[in-house]
Design a protein around this ligand. Structure first.
Ligand SMILES: [Zn+2]
Length: 263
């Protein structure tokens, strides 16, 4: 499903796979912009895990929404995320939040004249917080801006312990979407154990500090991936796609001047 596009036709609503005539007319009120990352994911998942998952969820949401009558366009994923605390892990590629702001402003300006009413930032990487960026950009555009962290959209009870970075949830999702990219020998998978903060306020959660990854985890993972199954990944993703697609359908007709209104 996520193999390179050779050998199959364009997926509905996936911008990078469409021709100009296919998009010239039609009504595309909602666009999805996946935000990924390029970073190690424990010892068993690829560097592009977040980008891959974000792009796949976006493509499936577009297909689902189009099948239900709403024009949703899946934009190409942004392959780099905010990774300032992982730069000592080889070949992690970081982009700064301020760079994301500049890039997003250009993308918003490009979409604006073409009837897009809402842009959903479909985030797949915890370091991409994006709220400050949206708070800064929203007053500059009439387009509705929204953020969806895809991993928070569905019911995690399908997992024993969903985990965080390269944990059970993410591992199950990659097993479903790109099984050939998951290290087959499970004895090679790290346990994703994390060291607690040395500071009590941070442990209790009322103080927050960015986590220095090489101090936090021996295998770069956060959360034990070893109970992951393809079935749970498929179930979770199907529910996520359905929910995000429903949100897009609502955005397609929502009145931006009455988003907070009783009844
Ligand atoms: Zn990830």
């Amino acid at each position: 499903m996520s193999e390179a596009s050779s050998g199959r036709g364009p997926r509905p609503g996936v911008l990078a796979e469409q021709t100009w005539p296919a998009l010239r007319d039609g009504h595309w009120p909602v666009a999805l912009l996946p935000f990924g990352a390029t970073e190690p994911h424990n010892t068993h998942l690829p560097y592009g895990t977040d980008t891959l998952l974000g792009a796949e969820v976006a493509a499936r949401v577009a297909a689902h929404a189009i099948a239900h009558g709403t024009g949703v366009l899946a934009l190409p994923p942004i392959p780099f995320g905010v990774n300032t605390t992982q730069l000592d892990l080889r070949f992690t590629i970081n982009v700064m939040p301020t760079t994301q702001l500049i890039l997003l402003r250009d993308i918003v300006k490009s979409l604006e004249p073409h009837g897009v009413r809402a842009l959903v930032l479909l985030n797949a990487h915890g370091g991409n917080e994006l709220r400050a960026v949206v708070r800064e950009l929203q007053p500059e555009t009439s387009m509705m801006l929204a953020i969806v962290n895809w991993w928070q959209t569905a019911d995690v009870s399908v997992f024993r312990e969903p985990g965080d970075h390269a944990g059970e949830l993410e591992t199950a999702a990659v097993m479903h979407v790109a099984p050939g990219l998951v290290v087959e020998d499970r004895s090679q998978w790290g346990d994703g154990a994390v060291n607690p903060s040395a500071l009590e306020a941070v442990r209790k959660g009322w103080a927050w500090m960015p986590r220095r990854w090489t101090q936090l985890s021996a295998d770069t993972g956060v959360g034990d991936p070893r109970s992951a199954t393809e079935t749970a990944g498929a179930q979770f993703m199907a529910q996520a796609v359905e929910r995000i697609s429903g949100f897009c359908a609502q955005l397609a007709v929502a009145d931006p001047d009455a988003l907070w209104k009783a009844g």
